[in-house]
Design a protein around this ligand. Structure first.
Ligand code: PGA
Length: 262
C-alpha cells in the first residue's frame, strides 16, 4: 500500500485531483469508480476547475459510483445521484447517460445488485476506484463484518453511519437504513484504488486500515490485499500511524516519486 501524507487537507485533495486529471488525460475512455461524502466535495470542486482549465476530455468516460441509499428516489436532494449530478457530472460536462449508480428505487435489490455487477463487467471493469473511509472503517457502505469477498448487495447501515449522514436529511425525514453498495470483492477487482482521508476524526480508522490486522472489523483493511492501492492523507488523518516517519521517508511530503539510484 502506498501511503502519501500531505501537510494539509488542501494539498491532499489537490493530489487526488491531479491523479484523476492525469488519468483522464492519458486515457479519456477510462472507467472510473467514484465516491460521495463530505471528503470528496473539495476534490470534485478542484476537478471541475482542472477539467475546464486544461480542456480535459470527459465525454468518453464511464463512471460507476460505489453506492446509493436504498428506497430514495434518484431526484431526492440527499440521494447520491443528486450529489453526483450537482457536484461533478453536470458542471464538468460528463454525460449523465455514461454515469452509473445503483438504482436504489428498483423493486428488487438482489436483481439490481446483480445488474450493477453486470454493467461493470460489460464496461471492462473499473480502471481506477476513488474511495473515502468511514469513521468505523467502512469503504462504500461495507460496514464492519462485511465479507471481504462481498459483491454488490443491499446492506443495513450502522447507527454510527446513519448519525454521520444525518446532516444531509431534513428534520422531518428519517436517515435511510439501507443502501446498495459495491462489495469489498467488487472494489478489490478495480485495477487501481485511490483512497482519500482527511481530518482527525478519520485517524483511528486510517491506522486500522493501514497498520491494523486484516479483518472484517475494519473493511478498509482489505485494501492491504490490493496490489495497487494508494492512500492519500492529511497530517490529521495520519496522526495515529506508527510508521509515519517511514512513509515520510519513502514519499517526502506525500510526493509520489519513483526512487532513483545514487
Ligand atoms: P465522509 O464519508 O467523506 O462524509 O466522511 C466517507 C465515507 O463514509 O466513506
Amino acid at each position: 500500500m502506498k501511503v502519501l501524507v500531505h501537510s494539509s487537507a488542501e494539498l491532499a485533495q489537490q493530489s487526488v485531483c491531479d491523479v484523476l486529471t492525469a488519468r483522464i488525460l492519458a486515457h479519456p475512455a477510462s472507467v472510473i469508480g467514484l465516491a460521495t461524502g463530505g471528503t470528496m466535495e473539495a476534490v470534485y470542486d478542484k476537478l471541475i476547475l482542472s477539467i475546464t482549465r486544461k480542456a480535459v476530455p470527459v465525454r468518453e468516460l464511464l463512471t460507476f459510483n460505489l453506492d446509493e441509499y436504498w428506497g430514495l428516489a434518484p431526484n431526492h436532494p440527499a440521494s447520491y445521484r443528486s450529489y453526483m449530478n450537482a457536484r461533478l457530472f453536470d458542471p464538468a460536462g460528463i454525460p449523465r447517460e455514461r454515469t452509473f449508480l445503483p438504482v436504489a428505487d428498483a423493486v428488487e435489490p438482489d436483481a439490481e445488485s446483480e445488474a450493477y455487477e453486470q454493467r461493470i463487467r460489460e464496461a471492462g471493469g473499473i480502471d481506477l476506484q476513488l474511495l473515502g473511509i468511514g469513521q468505523n472503517g467502512h469503504i462504500g457502505f461495507n460496514e464492519p463484518t462485511s465479507s471481504l469477498a462481498s459483491r454488490t448487495r443491499l446492506k443495513t447501515l450502522t447507527e454510527s453511519t446513519r448519525k454521520a449522514n444525518r446532516q444531509y436529511f431534513g428534520d422531518d425525514e428519517e436517515t435511510p437504513k439501507y443502501a446498495i453498495t459495491m462489495g469489498i470483492g467488487t472494489i478489490l477487482d478495480a485495477r487501481e484504488c485511490l483512497l482519500l482521508a482527511t481530518g482527525e476524526s478519520k485517524a483511528e480508522a486510517v491506522s486500522r486500515m493501514i497498520e491494523g490486522p486484516l479483518g472484517a472489523h475494519c473493511p478498509a483493511s482489505a485494501l492491504q490485499l490490493h496490489p495497487k492501492a494508494t492512500v492519500v492523507l492529511d497530517a490529521d488523518a495520519a496522526s495515529e500511524l506508527k510508521l509515519r516517519e517511514y512513509y515520510q521517508h519513502v514519499h517526502p511530503d506525500g510526493i509520489d516519486r519513483q526512487p532513483t539510484h545514487g
